[in-house]
Design a protein around this ligand. Sequence first.
Ligand code: MEV
Length: 330
Amino acid sequence: MQKIKTSAPGKLMLFGEHSVVFGQPCLVTAVDRRLSITIEENGSDFFVLDAPDLGLRAYSKNIKDLAKENLPKEVSFIETCYRLFLDRYPQQTTIHVFSKNEFTSSYGLGSSSASTVAFAKALSDFYQIPLDNDQLFELCYETVLKVQGVASGFDIASAIWGGTIYYVTPDQKTKRSKIVEPIAVKNLPFLVGYTGIKADTATLIRMVQNLQNEKPNLVDGIFAEITVLVEQAKRALIEENWPLLGSLMDQSQSLLRQLQVSSLELENLIEASQKAGALGAKLSGAGGGDCMLALTAREQRESVTQAISEAGGKIIDVAMNAEGVRLEKI
Ligand code: MEV
């Protein structure tokens, strides 16, 4: 029986969170914690999903009823992606899907986007419908928009292309297509500290939208400043100008604070790492919890690690610049 296995990486936002949802650029790197998807033929009218990491065992659905009603969050990305795929490329054979995650969904490292991308790639190989990266992106981004309502798609692009990329979201209204520009960086000397608090991205995006409705000048001004930092950070990363990059992180954190997406726990970890000699520190992702990044020279790595732990953070040991979605040997 035909069996396909794929995997896709998690991600860390480096610069440009929130403003990227509003059409501005961001910088994101893929991390070496991966989510894998295995697909095999099911021989009935039922789609079956086993995702023990999400607490799902033998979740099943008649193929006719896919993504019809409100779905449990754990299955929504995969089920919606399958529905959209079948609408485009109708198939006779149904599938059994196994999902395995090397990272908990609590860290905010992008397990939903990694699972959507790994699943879409597995579908394309299983049903022998060749999809290039742009077509994979289109299918997965539509999935995320259907499930979440609003998102920039930066995490989907990161899971597909891997490495470190400069990304601008597509704009449906003006039909402007996305920008994905791989950036040649060799070193990314960041430490990642997890606050222990799971943030809800959709809620935080809505908060920023509300603030923008209330105070458009203030928020658009902040977005414009963040964009200047993103462009400077892109150059600083390529040139390995760490003192400059650290200062850009601090400036970026101050703007995110003004957007009201930071939290006490994030601030504690950021302050502790700065006091211990980090070159710069900021939240990564939606804010409200999840992870922060601290940029450190090799000599300060140990003291900053200790300071983050003592301030209540958990160091997440990840390598950055990881490979994008790929087919795995079985
Ligand atoms: C969340 O990790 C980053 C946000 O910019 C949302 C998004 O880009 O979809 C807040």
